[in-house]
Write a protein that binds this ligand. Sequence first.
Ligand code: IPM
Ligand code: MG
Length: 357
Amino acid sequence: MKTYRIAVIAGDGIGQEVIPAGIDVMKIVAARGGFACEFTEFPWGCDFYLRNGRMADGDALDRLRAFDAIYFGAIGDPRVADHISAGELILPFRKRLRQYVNLRPMRLLPGIASPLSGRTTADIDMICVRENSEGEYCGVGARKHAGTADELAEQTGIFTRRGIERIARYAFTLARSRPRKLLASATKSNALQHSMVLWDEVVADVARDFPDVTLRKYHVDALAARMITHPQSLDVIVASNMFGDILTDIGSAISGSLGVAPGGNINPDRTTPSTFEPIHGSAPDIAGKGVANPIAAIWAGAMMLEHLGEHAAHDAVLRAIERVIGDERVKTPDLGGRATTADMKNAVTAALTALPA
Ligand code: IPM
Ligand code: MG
């Protein structure tokens, strides 16, 4: 039987609650689809940091490279500074595993009310292709004259032709595969006269290879507003690292709940494993209560199976999610209900089992 080796980093807070739910769903869909997933758990995260003084074992990346994919929960704990938890685990892992695409679907599922009044599922169905390896997050810069009145910080963005070209190509290819074939490029070339002018030029160069895709370029502030005022006009969005970070939080907010939105950190070259995760964080305020919505983690698991080539399994999980959310009988508190993580997961596994084989 085809067996995928999956590394699991459930991490902190509600990561510990939603990832087991996602694993249960994957086991069921794998059994239906005639393949297996072998899950290996790693205890890395903020608890590990508090015990060992570092976020993960020193050989973590080498160990992760041996897996087909990585299933990731959330990292973050009020006792550990964010620049340590993100800066020593999330961001370097994305870079070192060459996961240069951050792919984030933002859809209003049937049964969820968008905070934008009157919007239905047909209005909010976009996907962001976020550059995940350079740009504003390249880490170049310095602080000088610490603690003095002359203290200064420099944070540089590095944009390369190669980096922009490969993310643009991925986005155009994805846009070509979708019915509307629309691509919105997030820029800010009116103010960032070096980096974003290069961004626009390279995106326009790549566009020549995709005459069937309609490219529109928006300054990121206008695009942020458009996501709220005219979400139906957006399909695929391509954005730099920080612009994509901000736009995808808007996208998941207008989709009704951060508890639903999944994401993939993808190395399209497949020389290293890709990581799939819910977009939400560790949510310390609700951690340990068993009420976190597991849908984002379950959907991220489905994206992982699709990446591994199990398209039917992905589609089955998505259908089960749509059925459960559309039913509106089981709702976790983020969706205005009182269901628990387990209730929601059980509803998805029941819907999955009820699907025709
Ligand atoms: C995300 C998060 C991270 C990011 C943080 C935790 C560094 O916001 O995955 O969107 O900015 O990429
Ligand atoms: Mg973010």
